[in-house]
Structures are given as structure tokens and as C-alpha cells.
Design a protein around this ligand. Structure first.
Ligand SMILES: [Fe+2]
Length: 345
């Protein structure tokens, strides 16, 4: 089902959508959601954190707490779908605390470029547009197909071919669904639209032909993330092949200078471990964006490998690396237990 109707777990008694924003002039973005929700069986509450936690201050509980009486909510009975549009690191804590107060509900966090990465209102408008135009029904079908084929064999074999060879993910560790309709208790990063693996049974080669998405997990990591973002548009002309053994990157190679630059920037040991293999099928993320760190890049149909940071963004960030880098290839053939799942030229 296309659009917000396909994303939200509507039909729950007293469904309420809480849109949380933490930037100035968010009214236009909120109005977009208000229009999209139109006559759907939900009530929209806007929580504006833009005045809280600025100047390095912590966002405090009182800055965001929903006053149930003020919004006519009875927290024991309502189902809250939290849609968080955030550009400040401090706000994440507030959204986590908000989630803890919800007896029933889900939380979808739209990751925007942080202030340190050059956040602009147009970025929020663009990402809101992407999540409002995605087909969540198709995402659920694609995920179902993937998991059906994955269950055909134990241990499973997922073969990912890119121009210079094949990457094999095998074993019995579970894959995660980060796609389709939200369910009670779920917490997800949007736009999403992928199935993902975190583990070390990864062997072979993977060629990055599309670009990258560098997400700093703390403000001090922004300079490295900015340097990486500047490389994104070069992969199309100078694809980088990664050799991977036991989930560790052994080498970056390319015909031009890009592999050397990447290798130099990612010298730290924390960037040698592949922290994520993601197979994306979100057709609303049509094209890769190279000018700013658009979270929609990760959802672009294809496969991405994650290095550094924590693959589970709900956890505290890993200490040794503070940037999560998705290296993206939109030219892939994916076989799941020998059955074709994705073929993109
Ligand atoms: Fe991913």
C-alpha cells in the first residue's frame, strides 16, 4: 500500500500520530503530514523540540513530555505512532524517552543530515516526500519473498554479485526486516525498505558502483563524515572493490585514486569490520543523492555494506568508530539459496 496509510499501523483504537521535529520552521513539513493523513483514522499531535537542547544543552524530560490532558489523550488506551524528524544528536535521547512512556505504539525516525552536516529545511521536505510516496505494501511482499527463500535451506547462502565477483553471506544468523508496515513495538529508521544482516560470515568481493552515505553518530565525527560525503559522486566513475574475509575488509581497490583515498580516511580498526549487509528495495528512493547525506541513499534499490558505527542505531554508538558508512551498489544480482531475488543492471 502506497503512502503513509501503508506505513502506519492504523485501525488501532485511538490511534494517534505524534510528529516530533527539532528544527525551526517545521510547520511546512508538519502540514505535509497533516494533508497526507487527511481523513485517516488518526489524530495528529506535533511535538516541537526546536527550542530545547540548543547550545549544547541536554534536552530535558519536561521539554518534550506529552501532556495527556492537553492533547486529550488517555495514554493507557491510545496507540501512538511516533514519526520523528531529527537533525540534532541531543533529540535522539528525548525520542527514546518518549518511546518508553508509550504502552502501545511504534516509532519511526527519519534521519536527517545533522546540523553539523549542514541540515537545511529542504532536506526535511525532500525526505518527508520520499517516505510519503513509498510503497510499503510492495516492501512487505519483497521481504516475505526474501524470508521464504532464506528459509529454504539451513544454513542459508545469500550470494551478492557485483561487477568484479561475488560476496557470500552464509550461516544461520537471523536477518532483519526494516521495511513495510510498522507493527506494535517496532522502532525503525526511515526511509528504510530493506532486509539486513549483521554478523561476520561474509566472504568474497563487493564492488561499490553507486556512492556512499556517511552518518556521524556524534557531533565530533562530523568532519570525517563530511570528508567521506565529498567522495560519494566519484564511485560511478571509479568503482571501488572491497575484498572481505570473515567480515573484515582486507583491501580497497580501484583503477583510479578513490580506493586509496577511502583507505586513508578509514584507517582506524573500527572501520574494517563490516557491520551491516543491506538489501534495499525502496523504489521511492529513486536516485542517489551526492550533495548532502540523504538517508534515502540507503534505501535505493541495490545492496550496501556498512562499516563503522553501530549497525543497530537504537544502541549507544560503538566507541572506536563514530561514523556509520553505507557503501552502495545499485548494480547487483542477489541469489538467496540459489533462487533469484534481485537483478539490477
Ligand atoms: Fe542498511
Amino acid at each position: 500500500m502506497v503512502g503513509i496509510e501503508g506505513l502506519l499501523n492504523l485501525g488501532q483504537p485511538l490511534h494517534t500520530t505524534v510528529v516530533v521535529t527539532d528544527f525551526d520552521d517545521s510547520d511546512r513539513v508538519v502540514a505535509t503530514f497533516r494533508r497526507a493523513l487527511g481523513r485517516m483514522p488518526t489524530k495528529l499531535v506535533h511535538l516541537d523540540l526546536s527550542g530545547a537542547g540548543k547550545d549544547g544543552g541536554e534536552t530535558k524530560a519536561g521539554d518534550w513530555a506529552i501532556d495527556p490532558a492537553a492533547h486529550g489523550l488517555n495514554q493507557d488506551k491510545v496507540y501512538l505512532s511516533v514519526l520523528a524528524l531529527l537533525c540534532r544528536h541531543g533529540s535522539l535521547k528525548a525520542v527514546r524517552q518518549l518511546q518508553e512512556t508509550i504502552p502501545r505504539g511504534d516509532c519511526a525516525r527519519l534521519e536527517l543530515p545533522s546540523v553539523e552536516m549542514g541540515f537545511e529545511l529542504s532536506h526535511a521536505m525532500k525526505m518527508a516526500d520520499v517516505i510519503l510516496s513509498a510503497d510499503y505494501g510492495v516492501q512487505d511482499l519483497a521481504s516475505d519473498t526474501f524470508f521464504e527463500r532464506l528459509a529454504l535451506n539451513a544454513p542459508y547462502r545469500v550470494e551478492i554479485s557485483t561487477p568484479n565477483g561475488m560476496l557470500l553471506v552464509s550461516g544461520s544468523r537471523p536477518w532483519f526486516q526494516l521495511a513495510g508496515r510498522l507493527v506494535d513495538g517496532e522502532s525503525r529508521i526511515l526511509p528504510g525498505g530493506e532486509v539486513a544482516y549483521t554478523g561476520s560470515d561474509i566472504e568474497g568481493v563487493f564492488t561499490v558502483t553507486g556512492g556512499l552515505l556517511a552518518t556521524p553518530e556524534a557531533p565530533e565525527a562530523a568532519p570525517l563524515a563530511r570528508a567521506l560525503t565529498r567522495l560519494s559522486r566519484r564511485f560511478e566513475h571509479d568503482p571501488v572493490t572491497m575484498t572481505i574475509a570473515d567480515g573484515q575488509v582486507m583491501a580497497f581497490e580501484s583503477k583510479g585514486p578513490l580506493a586509496g583515498t577511502l583507505d586513508m580516511l578509514l584507517r582506524g580498526a573500527g572501520y574494517r569490520q563490516v557491520t551491516e549487509v543491506g538489501i534495499s528495495f525502496n523504489t521511492a528512493c529513486r536516485t542517489l543523492i551526492h550533495d548532502w547525506p540523504a538517508s534515502s541513499n540507503e534505501g535505493c534499490p541495490g545492496v550496501h555494506l556498512g562499516l563503522g558505527g553501530d549497525p543497530d542505531p537504537e544502541q549507544e554508538p560503538a566507541k572506536e568508530s563514530l561514523v556509520h558508512i553505507d557503501l552502495i551498489s545499485p548494480t547487483v544480482l542477489v541469489l538467496v539459496n540459489g533462487k533469484p531475488f534481485m537483478k539490477l543492471a
